[in-house]
Design a protein around this ligand. Structure first.
Ligand SMILES: *[C@@H]1O[C@H](CO)[C@@H](O)[C@H](O)[C@H]1NC(C)=O
Ligand SMILES: *[C@@H]1O[C@H](CO)[C@@H](O)[C@H](O)[C@H]1NC(C)=O
Ligand SMILES: *[C@@H]1O[C@H](CO)[C@@H](O)[C@H](O)[C@H]1NC(C)=O
Length: 425
């Protein structure tokens, strides 16, 4: 934007300066008179000429009536020329392409301007998530709701909602619908999941909730940073593998600290056979218990999920006592260890914030399912709370989807809140 302003100002200044010099004579002179100008700056002119050859009104755009700002450089003559209707008078000071471009019955008469550039009729440009087509000298844009909405970011960041919003460039150009479709990927909790009994943690009576708590400080090297799910709607797999990896490291007292492979789940968990098109966490936990996962190093994420047929590249057999062993090497040449990690059955924690904090402090990160509103895709820091859209377009956004995340716990007594470290968006 800044450069554009600078350009505008520059253009304005050159126009002003030139106007001052030529004010008296401007409208009375023949364009030919300008071509007797000084050509000592030949090199520069030649360069500009190459750039602008023949493009005056075509670049500048045409204007109605008399409009002294409707002027552009006529580099060949080292002068200025006009694209307003007034330039057609007897002593024409029109640009050479004025007749052809502004009057003529030709292709360029029509078209649209944008950021000082001319686009022909029928041109299509992208404006965030919308396509804009130049039709009858106007841009007509599709009216999709975009995933990134600058006005919403500004609204959130200029007010005190307790969290800050960010313009995520990887979301730019996507529609909200695409965000819901590709960036989440967990089914709403099933009745089985909801009917699980809640387990409450009893902390040793002496220990109160600390004033300050961060999982990675308590268990350095044992908790894992989130992996980027990109456009693979499999938060069911990413969150489950990550929580399981943290918990295995904590429970094994640091004996097994490998990150677990979400790709192993995505490609091999037949009960969640839609892979990158969503799945349920109870089926993911079932797989972790019964089949187990290899490490993320052993079975890394595919570069491009969409062009992958997602066949399962891992196989295992049971030793008869429930423990499984891989029967295939890792699907990459670097990692040799194809050890399989299995979990005990998952349990459900109460939704009470205090209970969640106690659980995390005692046993490690937990998994949560959340409903995602459109503003969540802008979340950067702070304690997230849904902020309603400014214009009451909320109907468009009612379409909530579910997402699974890992809560690593980041507790600050002053806020009296459990700030979730929300990751897989
Ligand atoms: C052309 O420019 C040179 C120096 O740049 C100057 O000496 C000369 O007088 C100029 N000629 C005309 C016709 O303006
Ligand atoms: C947001 O990011 C996109 C892509 O990086 C950029 O084109 C756009 O201008 C940014 N918008 C704002 C309001 O910063
Ligand atoms: C959450 O649990 C704590 C005790 O662990 C209790 O004091 C508090 O009232 C509960 N909050 C809600 C909203 O139920």
């Amino acid at each position: 934007m800044w450069t554009w302003y600078k350009l505008l100002i520059f253009f304005y200044l050159t126009t002003e300066i030139w106007m001052e010099k030529q004010f008296v004579s401007r409208r009375g002179m023949n364009l030919q008179a300008y071509s007797t100008g000084n050509f000592t700056d030949l090199e520069r002119t030649r360069f500009k000429r190459a750039l602008y050859k023949g493009h005056y009104c075509r670049t500048r755009g045409c204007c109605e009536d008399r409009n002294d700002d409707c002027v552009t450089h006529f580099y060949e003559a080292n002068a200025m020329c006009y694209c307003d209707k007034f330039c057609e008078r007897e002593n024409s000071d029109c640009c050479p392409d004025y007749k052809f471009f502004c009057q003529g019955d030709n292709l360029y008469q029509k078209g649209c301007l944008r950021d000082g550039r001319h686009y022909e009729e029928g041109s299509v440009i992208k404006e965030n998530c919308n396509d804009c087509t130049c039709s009858d000298q106007q841009w007509r844009c599709s009216q999709q709701v975009c995933l990134v909405r600058p006005e919403l970011i500004e609204n959130i960041n200029t007010r005190d909602y307790g969290w800050t919003a960010h313009n995520y460039s990887q979301f730019w150009g996507m529609t909200l619908e695409e965000g819901y479709k590709f960036r989440l990927g967990t089914l709403p909790p099933s009745p089985t999941l909801l009917s699980m009994n809640e387990i409450t943690v009893t902390l040793p009576s002496k220990i109160d909730l600390p004033e300050f708590f961060i999982s990675s400080y308590k268990w350095p090297g044992w908790t894992h940073d989130p992996l980027d799910q990109k456009n693979c709607a499999a938060s069911w797999a990413f969150s489950t593998a990550s929580v399981a990896a943290d918990r295995i490291a904590i429970q094994s007292n640091g004996r097994y600290t490998a990150n677990l492979s979400p790709q192993n789940l995505i490609s091999c968990c037949v009960r969640n056979r839609h892979g990158c098109k969503g799945g349920s966490i109870d089926k993911a936990w079932w797989y972790l218990r019964k089949r187990g996962l290899v490490s993320h190093a052993c079975y890394p994420l595919f570069k491009d999920q969409i062009f992958n047929n997602n066949g399962c590249d891992m196989a295992s057999r049971s030793d008869g006592r429930g423990k499984r062993h891989a029967t295939k090497p890792c699907p990459n040449n670097i990692e040799k260890s194809n050890r399989i990690y299995q979990c005990s059955p998952p349990y459900r924690v109460s939704s009470n914030e205090t209970e969640i904090m106690k659980e995390i402090i005692q046993n490690g990160p937990v998994q949560a399912i959340m409903q995602v509103h459109e503003d969540f895709f802008h979340y950067k820091t702070g304690i997230y709370r849904h902020v309603n859209s400014i214009k009451d377009e909320s109907e468009k956004y009612r379409n909530l989807r579910t997402h699974a995340v890992k809560l690593t716990g980041r507790y600050n007594a002053y806020l009296r809140q459990c700030e979730s470290y929300v990751t897989w968006i």
